[in-house]
Design a protein around this ligand. Structure first.
Ligand code: ASP
Length: 580
């Protein structure tokens, strides 16, 4: 090795010893004929001192030095470095590799744009914070592997070149040279394989699995990302999965985020969270919740309320423990439609003021009350959006962490944008047995050509054995107990619009496996990138993915996607049509 010690392990115990260290030059300064250089490797920073001539090195060079360890003057200790009390007096040095001038310094307060950071990613990854992100990522992976192995899970690798696995996104496809005109799909998740592995008798499976989804990369998404994916046989109730996972998650967040969290996490039904927070992933670091004020406000003479309530709408109120100014309320009104009042010195003001006069207003003193009227999924979604907006604008989180489970989702929902019925999670989720008869009702309603709210209302009543893990308002994982009865699976696939032929073509391998003695089974997949990002206090998962893509799906460092040669296209029997 080009070193006897790493830069991060040189301490007082080595004073007087000759050592060899190697690393990157991250700082240089001259003072009174001496040259002070900071060398860095993965383990830390170390000051090395050149007494004679100024060394012929610069920022970014990879340098090996030999010399004697000595104490630094006490007033120059770097308490933030593990090797910060000592330095090495150099008597020999060697340049292991020079460097061109760096486009930016690999420091935590990096001045470069994100584009430059992605373009020169190895340099960016050299920053101590990034090094720590990936060290933690490794530790979490290792912990997961041990935790699950100790509980009899086997780590099994499912194919990457595969058949479409629907998770609601577009597939990435790969042309198959040996089968001209045919394509593999990259897995959106290992969902179907892991179910089949239960039929194969593996009993407990997990995988730190790469998933590929060709979506528009709004917000903080990546076309390839990593899930902790698992599946268990003989699961009879969602709780079997929940207790296993919350133990794992609580330990990860205790160890790597310092979170004060104990399982069990609170459990809410989908219905509860939608009514209270207007979201299936509420951020419960804030306690404000919607209250049902239908009885309180209906029939008081407010036209909007009364006409809507007559049509089955509900009145929902959110009490914000802050007295907002008229200007703030007007600005909110630009994005949302609500009625409101606030109370000052016992007197209400606002467009609802005269309708709440006969109410006891003491609980609302100094607060602003927002009132919404409506029904159906889009209404609840708007409630959720409004709550997220006002909490982030006007409130401080009451706690650092909020972990919760949401259970009992509707199995199916109406997709208002596309005008069709679709699974709320995925179509392999089992309904609760007692709700199976309702599926017949939906089948009939669809045959009669009914749609929209009517179907949505029916669909909301069929509950699936689905569960989501939500941390600080972010859906971190989703899973379900699965359909293990082949006939029921076929019925559900038909319900979402597939024909017998399509079912056979796309899911024949699953259905046939289910017919060969599939045990009851269930599982979950957790977003590992997001878990690591949260533990590290990073806003974006790009900070914990080595080579992430931009929002237009471009890998700036290696330059993908890229053209392929005419010969490759020829071999694949493909032709590119360019332009309009
Ligand atoms: N495959 C599902 C997903 O990626 C998770 C699961 O149901 O286990 O969301």
């Amino acid at each position: 090795m080009h070193r006897t010690h790493t830069c991060g392990e040189v301490d007082e115990s080595l004073v007087g010893e000759r050592i060899t260290v190697a690393g990157w030059v991250v700082a240089m300064r001259e003072l009174g004929g001496l040259t002070f250089v900071v060398l860095r490797d993965r383990y830390g920073n170390l000051q090395v001192v050149f007494e004679k001539d100024k060394p012929d090195i610069a920022h970014g060079y990879v340098v090996k030095v030999e010399g004697t360890v000595r104490m630094r003057p006490e007033d120059q200790y770097r308490e933030d470095w593990r090797s910060g009390k000592v330095e090495v007096l150099v008597d020999r040095y060697e340049i292991l590799n020079p460097s061109v001038p760096l486009p930016f310094q690999p420091e935590d307060d990096v001045k470069a744009s994100e584009e430059a950071r992605l373009r020169f990613r190895p340099l960016d990854l050299r920053r101590p914070r990034m090094q720590e992100n990936f060290r933690v990522r490794h530790e979490i992976n290792l912990f997961i592997r041990n935790y699950l192995s100790e509980r009899d899970f086997l780590e099994l690798e499912t194919p990457i070149l595969t058949k479409s696995t629907p998770e609601g996104a577009r597939d990435f496809i790969v042309p198959a040279r040996l089968q001209p005109g045919k394509f593999y799909a990259l897995p959106q998740s290992p969902q179907l394989y892991k179910q089949v592995l239960m039929v194969a008798g593996f009993d407990r499976y997990f995988q730190i699995a790469r998933c590929f989804r060709d979506e528009d990369l709004r917000a903080d998404r990546q076309p390839e990302f990593t899930q902790l994916d698992l599946e268990m046989s003989f699961v009879s109730d969602p709780e079997d999965v929940l207790t296993l996972i919350e133990g794992l998650i609580a330990e990860i967040f205790r160890r790597w985020a310092g979170a004060d969290v104990e399982p069990p996490f609170p459990r809410y039904t989908y219905h509860e969270v939608m009514e209270r927070y207007g979201s299936d992933k509420p951020d419960l670091r804030y306690s404000v919740a919607y209250e049902d004020w239908t009885e309180r406000l209906a029939g008081k003479g407010n036209r909007i309320i009364d006409s809507n309530v007559e049509r089955g709408a509900k009145v929902k109120a959110l009490v914000l423990p802050v007295s907002l100014s008229r200007g703030q309320i007007d600005r909110l009104l630009k994005g949302f439609q609500f009625l409101w009042f606030k109370v000052k010195d016992g007197k209400p003001s606002g467009n609802l003021a005269r309708f709440v006069k006969d109410t006891d207003l003491t609980p609302y003193e100094g607060k602003t009350v927002f009132v919404f009227v409506g029904k159906g999924t889009p209404f609840y979604e708007a409630l959720g959006e409004f709550r997220a907006t006002v909490t982030s604008l006007f409130l401080k989180p009451e706690r650092e962490w909020s972990f919760l489970w949401v259970k009992d989702f509707p199995l199916l929902q109406w997709n208002y944008d596309e005008g069709r019925i679709e699974p709320a999670h995925h179509i392999f989720t089992s309904p609760y047995e007692e709700h199976i008869p309702l599926i017949t009702e939906i089948e009939n309603a669809l045959k009669e050509g009914r749609e929209g709210e009517e179907i949505d209302e029916l669909a909301q009543r069929v509950l699936g054995k689905q569960y989501d893990l939500v941390i600080n308002g972010v859906e971190i994982g989703s899973g379900s107990v699965r359909v293990h009865n082949a006939d029921l699976q076929v019925r559900l696939l038909k319900l979402i619009g597939l024909t017998e032929e399509e079912i056979e073509e796309r899911f024949g391998f699953l259905i046939n496996s289910l017919r060969m003695g599939a045990p009851p089974h269930g599982g979950i997949a957790l977003g590992l990138d997001r878990i690591v990002a949260m533990c590290r206090g990073e806003e974006s998962i790009r900070e914990v993915i080595l080579f992430p893509k931009t929002t237009t799906g471009v890998a700036l460092f290696e330059g993908a996607p890229s053209d392929v040669s005419p010969e490759q296209l020829e071999e694949l029997g493909l032709e590119i049509r360019r332009g309009g």
